[in-house]
Design a protein around this ligand. Sequence first.
Ligand SMILES: *Cc1c(COP(=O)(O)O)cnc(C)c1O
Length: 413
Amino acid sequence: MNQTSMVRTEKYAVAFPRRGSILDANELNAVCDLLADNAPLSAGEWRDRFEEKFRQHIGSRYALSVTSGTTALEIGIRLLDLRPGDEVIATCQTFQASIQPLLDLGVRVRFCDIDAETANIDPDAIAGLITPDTKALILVHYGGNPADMDQICTIAHQHGLLVLEDCAHAIGASYRGRKPGSLGDIGCFSFHSSKNITTLGEGGMITFDRDEWAERADRIRSNEVDAVLGPPGSALGLPPSALPWMKFADGAYRHSYTQILGSGTNAVLCEPACVAGIVQLDKLDGFVARRRMIAARLDEVLAAHPELVRLPAVDPRDEHAYHLYTFFVRTGEEARYRLIRALDEQGVEVQLRYFPLHLTPEWQSRGHRPGECPVAERLWFSEHMNLPCHPSLSDEQVELMCAALENSLNHLR
Ligand SMILES: *Cc1c(COP(=O)(O)O)cnc(C)c1O
């Protein structure tokens, strides 16, 4: 951590978290037991156990752990098999890692505007962006509030698009009783220190149902090439030595004809991280319950000022994971600045997330411009607010934040 961010964090009585979850003797003991044992520290039984537990939690057929949410997205995007000239529709309101791998693929991104009620991708805006070249759709469940996956998946299936869900905020959420990460074709999770659960600071998971992706994703994450495997040489009536042979995930060498799609990497999540992940997953419901309690208190304060602010819509059938607590200022850019300053002076940190991606230099240099996603731009530049909401906040801190908010809103009138 550099000095400025340290000074900044200490200035606040109620700050954004360095840790989005709580670690205690349970994680410590689990890691100690692992270290005392002579078991391998990578690719061992704890990885299998963590993946099995996660898979069951999400309700997906496969769950593969990796070293970060960014790596999960890199591998997830590779599974989409995009080629230069293909198009991808992506929400503009997310963290850059959601679509960063597309920068190098020669793929055209069509940024989709967001729904002003939720900051999630606007399902009604998707159809107008589809062309014969569109291959996939990438979305985030913004802040942990599930996107409208029924409508999104219906459109996607009609047009043969693959759907990748960035679930970095959505662990602990549910959509119509099902878990994000089991709704589209691929789910990508992050266990970074700031997220709803963590695998000791960094980690991620990829979820999907397709059998043909399981071996491929496993090869990519453990330094083997990303390849399409053809039939064994003997099945073609050829002498085996006439064809290349390669090592499979199970360790065996088989003759096969391969088409190499890309290189592998090392993205194996180490055993101590997996052990901690198992303990954290057991605590997830408690963490999210605490986030919901804090969100309900903030909602209560804000709901008393409907002329100044509005709350995002949460479908009553769904469960919000409140990775981020978001609301919107109704009375313009200046009022929002005043509100941020007033909260800051009272020791409440505001960190706005995220700058619309189509306006970042890397995407502007690829032809994207202001005006492309007017709703996202309006929200970002004059309405959007995020407040701290995480389980390590004490009741006193929550009440301090509510009092500061009430006080600041009264001054906005
Ligand atoms: C945190 C985050 C990521 C990246 O995850 P890391 O584990 O930090 O690499 C990707 N997308 C979103 C929306 C995130 O919030």
